[in-house]
Design a protein around this ligand. Sequence first.
Ligand code: BT5
Length: 258
Amino acid sequence: MLDNINFEYYDSVDSTNDRIKERAHAGEKQGLVISAGTQTAGKGRIGRKWESPKHDSIATSMLLTPQEISLEAVPTITVVAAMAVRDALSRLYGLEGKIKWPNDIVLDGKKICGILTEMEMKDGNVWFVVVGIGVNVHNKSFDEEIAFKATSVDLELKKANRDGETGHRAELTKAIWESFKRYYNIFIKTQDMSGLKEEYERNLANFGERVRIEAQENSYEAIAKGITAKGELIVEVDKKEQIIRTGEVSVRGIYGYV
Ligand code: BT5
C-alpha cells in the first residue's frame, strides 16, 4: 500500500527519475516525490528526449518500493499512472483526455503528458520502481519536431474558450499523485488491472477503432479491443486477437498521431 507522499521541489535537475534513483540507492522510503522546474536531461522511453522548458511544465517522479511485486506487474504501473493523470486533469480543469496506450495522455489528438517507469532489481527481486510523469502546463509553443503533436493545459483551456484560466503546476502535481495513490492501491492488491480495467477502457484512445501497430520490423493495421488484466493492449488482426506487450511498439490511429 502507498501511504504517505512526501513532496520535494528543485528549480532544475538533470532528470527527476535519476534523482529518485539516487535517493533510492541511499535508502529512501516509498512515497518520495521529486519535482523540478526544468530538466536538463529529461528522458522519454528508449533513449528519447523529453522537453521540459523552465517553469512551463511538470516534471515529477515518485519512488515505489512494492513488497514482493512480480517483475511482470511492473510495466502495468505505467498504465495505472496514466489513469491518474487523466483523472487529475479532469477533476481540476474539466479537460477530458484520452489514454494513448501505454504511456501518453492526449487531448484533441495531441500529447499533453508522457510517463516513464523505470526499475532496479536486487538479488533477483524488484528493488524499487520510479514512476516519472511529464505534463505540459503553460507551454505556448513547442520545438518544431513535436509542435504538430504536443499540447498543454493552457492551450487546451484557451481552445475551450476559457481564456484567462490557466493550469497550476503545484496544484496539478499534488492532484496527480493523490489520484495515483488511489489507483495504485487498487492495483497493488491484485497486482493487475482487474479492478481498474473498466474505467481504463472507457478512456482508451481509439477503443474499438482501427490503429496502426508499428513494430521494429513491420507495421500493420488492427482494431484496438481493450486491455488485458496485465495492462497489455488487445488488438484484432484478421479476426484473431493479438496481445501487444512490448513498450517498443507504437500504436497510432489511422488518421494523425493519435
Ligand atoms: C515519454 O516517452 O512520453 C515519457 C516521458 C516521461 C517524462 C518524465 S518528466 C519526469 C520524469 N523524468 C524524466 O527524465 N522523464 C520523466 P516517449 O513515449 O518515448 O515519448 C517521447 C517523445 O515525445 C519524444 O521523442 C518527442 O517526440 C515527444 N516529446 C518530447 N517532449 C515532449 C513534450 N514536452 N510534450 C509532448 N511530446 C513531447
